[in-house]
Design a protein around this ligand. Structure first.
Ligand code: SAM
Length: 243
């Protein structure tokens, strides 16, 4: 049946996502730097700027992986603030925790293994939630967005950093060639894993474009949703508030 088919699809996706991140965890940071030519650092810096983080804030870095954003937030929230790095994948969390402890963030960041679709946190408890390059991997995005809205404090904000749709057709073409040919080849060369990077390219193509994601956030109940394109729309930062 149609529904039977869909169920298989959903399980497939969850398993695929788990396999991909178990497989890439150890080399994730290296690959990020190589594949984005370091530019992911700028995208993340802009995300921190747009978050409006202040001392005392309670921040959730969801799908936080190896903790780039969590560490930056920890520098800003001070002793009265709190940062939680949350991810569904044990391998990514392990790499993130080791890195953050090595860099002196052991007491400043807490770690939680969670599914974005069913967040085990209290209602109205966070000032800021970020999900960077994570929403694309979540099977039920509507569920995840509702869950995030529930745990934000009134006045709190969600920032979604994600691959999106290039604004110019020529850039789209270059980018398609890059992601469907070069990315898997680099994956093969650097970490002997072209499949994971094929998944990456496919998941980027499937992800809703800027306006569709904005609509999804509005539908979920976020207010004043807006987005900022970066690198020609290859990446977009969406921001929405809970009022
Ligand atoms: N935020 C980090 C960054 O920007 O470098 C890591 C991004 S990584 C591409 C995507 C992360 O999303 C992985 O660590 C993966 O385990 C996590 N993830 C995928 N599905 C998830 C879910 N349903 N709930 C929580 N995390 C999830």
């Amino acid at each position: 049946t149609h529904f039977g088919y869909q169920t298989v699809d959903v399980e497939d996706k969850q398993k695929k996502v788990a396999d991909v991140f178990h497989s890439v965890a150890a080399k994730y940071d290296l690959m990020n730097d190589v594949m984005s030519m370091g530019i992911h650092r700028l995208w993340k810096r802009f995300t921190i700027e747009m978050s409006g983080v202040r001392p005392g804030h309670k921040v959730l870095d969801l799908a936080g992986g190896t903790g780039d954003l969590a560490a930056k937030f920890a520098d800003k929230v001070g002793d009265s603030g709190q940062v939680i790095l949350a991810d569904i994948n044990q391998s990514m969390l392990n790499v993130g925790r080791d890195k953050l402890i090595d860099n002196g963030y052991g007491n400043k960041v807490q770690f939680a293994q969670v599914n974005a679709e069913a967040l085990p946190f209290e209602d109205n408890s966070f000032d800021i939630i970020t999900i960077a390059f994570g929403l694309r991997n979540v099977t039920h995005k509507e569920k995840a967005l509702s869950s995030m809205l529930r745990i934000l404090k009134p006045g709190g904000r969600l920032l979604v950093l994600e691959f999106s749709k290039p604004e110019q057709p020529w850039l789209s073409k270059v980018y398609d060639t890059y992601s469907f040919s070069l990315l898997p080849a680099m994956g093969k060369l650097l970490v002997n894993d072209s499949d994971s990077y094929k998944y990456l390219a496919e998941s980027i193509r499937m992800h809703p474009d800027q306006d569709s994601l904005k609509q999804m956030m509005l539908q979920a109940g976020f207010d004043e949703v807006e987005y900022h394109n970066m690198t020609g729309g290859i990446v977009a930062l969406h921001r929405g508030f809970k009022f």
